[in-house]
Structures are given as C-alpha cells and as structure tokens.
Design a protein around this ligand. Structure first.
Ligand code: ZN
Ligand code: ZN
Length: 396
C-alpha cells in the first residue's frame, strides 16, 4: 500500500504597518522545504523571498534556491501570479517551492482582508468578517484609518519639467469631446507600480490614440526623474506630467509638485505629507476616498454624507478624486456627494493599470497646460471638472 501525505503550513506576522513576514513550510514523505518572504501591503509585492531545504533527493535540488529570489517584485494581486510563480520558480527552480509560494500568496490575501476589516471596523464595530468578505468583490485595497508609528523621511527637492510640452492637438488629436485640456491625472506603469501591466510607452501611445491632451504618471510612492519624463515627451510628442500616489496612514493621496523620497518601512503620516506638499507649494488630492467602503451598501454601514465628511483626511487635502476607474459607480457617486457638501474641488482619473483603462476617467481644465507649473496652477484654480472620457468618446 502506498502512503503519501503532504502538509503545507503558512504563518504570517505583521512586521510593521506596511510589511508582512511570511513563512511557508512544505513537508511530504520525500521533500521538506521552507520559504521566508516579506510582502509590502500597500502594493502587495514581494520585497524578498528566500528558502531552504530540510530534505531533498538529488544534488540538483539545492540549485533551485537562487530562482526563488526571482519572485522578488512580483505582485500578489497580479491575476497571473500563479502562472508567473510556476514559470519562474517552478520550471526554472523547483515546483515544490512554487507550490508553497502560491499557498503563501493565498494566505497573504486572507491576512490583508483581515487587516482591512479591522481598519473598517474602527468606524463600524458591528461589521462581522463574514459581512465584510461577502460584501467585497473587488481586489484588495488598503486604506486604513488607524494611527501609525514611525515617521517617514520626506525630502523636498526643487526639480520640475520646465520645457513646454508639445500640444497633442498639433499631432492629430482634433476629435476631442469638447474644448478645454483633458488630462488623465491618475495612471500606473510597470515596473514602477508592480500591479500595473502597462509600460509608460504603451500608456502614452494609447493616451495619444484616444486624443487625450495629456497624461499624468502617478505611480505608487515613486517620483519619475525629470530627465526620463522629458525624454518621453520628446519621444512621443505628447504632454506627460508627473504625479505620485503616496500611501499614507489615511489612504492613498495623489500629490503634485512634490519630489519626495520615503525611507523604506512605515507608512507616511498624512500630516507630514501635507506639510511637505505645502512647503513645496504643491497640490494634494485624496484618491478613491471610499474604495471598498460602500460595497456592502451605504445603508448597511450607516455611512451618511454627514458622517463621511468627518473623515479626518479631508482636512488635509486640496481636492477629492470623485471619478476613479477602480471603484464602483456608487463609491464615485458618494465621493461626489461628499465633495459637494465639503465644497472641495473635484478631479477624475482612470487609475489605469492596463492599456484599455487609459482615459476611463479624466479631468478637463479650461485652458491649455504646457508644463508642470501650469498643471499646478490649473489644479489650484479649482476649475477642473472630471469626465468619463473614454465612455463619452464611445471607444472600445
Ligand atoms: Zn490608490
Ligand atoms: Zn492608483
């Protein structure tokens, strides 16, 4: 009689606000191995992956270890993560390591759900985990309202793209929906944002194709170097702007006009980000303020506009993103109601992570925008208005 058993065990600990430590063990009658990984919660990427053998069969087995490290930078929310791990770690290294890493990904997703639930519970103490999970069909978002420790290091540098941008309308963008200057203020590129699948070149090419007037690269906690953006502008003959989506202790903030570097570990405190933005005379927009908060229904959580207005982050922002391509219409609608009640300016951006999402939403400004200073002034004027650009143009 043939007996076979395989045990897989994953344990997860929270190292700090934004980092999970993951330990996985696979043990069967023949093989025994372990992996140690760290995962950044805000973008769900592997920061490090290491492993060791406890029992193995051939001298070939230990050679698999270096391939494990190739999973560093992989995003757990990537829809092809299983295939990627099988291909990179499994085929080149060892399929047992791939198996346990795939298990680790599942567990990390679960752990992050619990973290999100706990954050939301601060406002809604009666919400059970079951209600939370059943009401949340979207991929993990991490917008916690808890108090966080360890102040980050923010550096302000003076660097802007000074040269005037080419006018997109000079190069075939005539059939725009109607007047003004339309920018997608919120897009993500790979590899700067590991969850994105689109390169900056493809993103800009698509923006140009659908006749946007400009596009803003707003990667997670990353500031594009001026020289690279200037090269992109030259290469594509298209206006490219820089923003930065910063993960703070009170959710995601889109900041403009700020060159900042954050030391690894610890979330940025919103007060400190605000201070830095003010020092740089920049602009700060709260991105998707109610992402994941309304999937259970407004009534169920008893979240009213009045209550929502009291959320502390509204005190620190200049504007509210009320059209975001990654949240439900209900969540956008609610953000819109809250912004009207607060009297804060509003913006729109696709939050594109794929080519087909570029321009889903955008912001129209009344006047032409030629450089980063123009963009800052346009934002500060409060005259931007969000629109469903892609839909209005009825394109596929
Ligand atoms: Zn975000
Ligand atoms: Zn985003």
């Amino acid at each position: 009689m043939l007996n076979f058993s395989r045990n897989k065990l994953v344990s997860i600990a929270r190292k700090d606000e934004d980092t999970l430590l993951v330990h996985g063990i696979l043990d069967d009658v023949i093989y025994g191995l372990e992996v140690d990984a760290t995962v950044r919660i805000s973008d769900m990427t592997f920061l490090s992956v290491n492993g060791k053998w406890n029992r193995y069969t051939t001298p070939e087995c230990p050679k698999a270890l270096p391939f494990l490290r190739e999973a560093t930078g992989f995003c757990i929310n990537d829809k092809n993560i299983t295939q990627k791990l099988q291909k990179t770690v499994g085929r080149k290294g060892c399929r047992h390591f791939a198996t346990i890493l795939i298990e680790c990904c599942r567990s990390v997703k679960e752990a992050v759900r619990i973290i999100q639930w706990e954050a939301i519970k601060a406002d809604h103490p009666n919400l059970t985990f079951e209600e939370f999970v059943n009401g949340e069909p979207r991929e993990a978002s991490y917008d916690s309202a808890e108090e966080k420790a360890s102040p980050p290091h923010i550096e302000v540098r003076e660097k802007t793209v000074r040269k005037d941008m080419p006018d997109a309308r000079d190069s075939g963008g005539q059939d725009k929906t109607s007047g003004g200057f339309v920018i997608d203020l919120h897009t993500h590129t790979f590899p700067a944002s590991p969850c994105s699948s689109v390169s900056e070149d493809d993103l800009i090419t698509e923006a140009k194709r659908i006749s946007l007037d400009g596009i803003c690269l707003a990667d997670h906690n990353y500031v594009w170097p001026v020289s690279r953006v200037e090269d992109l502008i030259q290469k594509h003959g298209f206006p490219v702007f820089r923003g930065n989506e910063v993960t703070t202790d009170q959710g995601h903030m889109l900041v403009f006009g700020l060159e900042k570097e954050i030391r690894s570990g610890g979330l940025v405190k919103i007060e400190e980000l605000r201070e830095a933005v003010e020092e740089a005379d920049g602009f700060m927009i709260v991105a998707h303020p109610f992402r994941g908060f309304l999937t259970f229904g407004v009534g169920q959580l008893g979240l009213t506009v009045e209550k929502a207005m009291e959320r502390p982050f509204f005190k620190y922002v200049d504007a509210i993103e009320v059209m975001n391509g990654k949240v439900t219409e209900k969540e956008n609608g609610f953000a819109s109601e809250v912004s009207a009640a607060l009297g804060l300016p509003v913006t729109g951006g696709s939050d594109a992570h794929e080519v087909s999402e570029v321009g889903l939403y955008a912001t129209r400004f009344p006047d032409s925008i030629k450089n980063e200073n123009d963009l800052l002034n346009a934002l500060k004027s409060g005259k931007g208005s969000p629109l469903a650009f892609r839909k209005e143009k009825t394109m596929v």
